[in-house]
Design a protein around this ligand. Sequence first.
Ligand SMILES: [Zn+2]
Length: 387
Amino acid sequence: MGDVKLVVQVRLLPTPEQAAALEATLGAVNEAATWVSALAHHQRVFRNYDLRRHAYGQIKDNYGLAAQAAQHVIKKVTDAYATLHANLRNGQAGRPGSARRERALAKPIVFRPGAAQPFDDRCLSWRLEARTVSIWTTCGRMKSVAFAASADQLMTLAAYHKGESDLLYRDGRWFLIATCDIPDRPVATPDGFLGVDLGIANLATTSGGVRHSGKGLNAVRHRHRELRRRLQAKQTKSAKRLLRKRRRKEARFAANTNHTIAKRIVTAATRTGQGIALEDLQGIRDRVRLRKPQRVTLHSWNFRQLGRFVVYKARRAGVAVVYVDPAYTSQGCSACGHIDRRNRPDQETFRCTSCGFAEHADVNAARNIASRGVAGWAVSHAADDAA
Ligand SMILES: [Zn+2]
């Protein structure tokens, strides 16, 4: 297993003067990138070394960029074309001859004024205790630009951040995005397993009996769905922009909810010395598909994200994670093992038709997942012991 890559996104809180400098800077680097991109496109020059020879001096002078910024601009352009060309090769930009593919080929890549720009250690330094950064701008070095971060984010940045961070402007807000490499902690031998059942009414339910409801998230989704219906009818540019903004806001809310839930689950497992058992995600996708086809994308995406958050938080904490087969976890009795559809008369209720055991349906499912976790761990580690 390699290291876990973790992205820490903090919001900058610039003063009006600092914001103006950031805006000028991001505008300049992206204008420069668009210019370099046009040059690359027209001259069919896509290699970093060649583009540097053609463009480096010019963008430094014409856009007022520092040496590192100019190099990052060129690298950003070559990276963007490398991605485009890879997508063309693997067919993701449409079939040969298709209109979509032709469009992708016809025009040079354009960079929005707020598009992300990498800043390396020489252009950006973090003062974590003061919660400020010092950053190069086209108006000179801006010292003490404040940022907002949680204690957890600060710890992660202090311990694991190296190299570049991306500056970007989105929906009227400034962000810095730092990538951190988190080394794996050795996994402790678990004392039993905490089973996690992922669902729709309750996003996650543990075998310990804790239900993490998706109420807030479902309410936000519902409100957004209503708004989306009205906006989609309009088809205007501003309606489309508002839609995009809404979609991102909803995604942010969902990610925050998932982070909070994942953290609580991993904390519970750490406290009790348990490992964590999750349903195999492919299985979840199939199960949801059977239920409500139109919701598959949204929910399976959400399940995958929550699962991913649990896995990397668990790895950081040295908590064992096993995936289990999700078949019949909702219909099987966690007390006697009896499987029967009638064990689950409705969404919330589990009542065993054989032994009479009764429990909340999601908690019963989570207990089944937990015992499969114990069995799965025993099987995979029997091989280790034999070796
Ligand atoms: Zn039973």
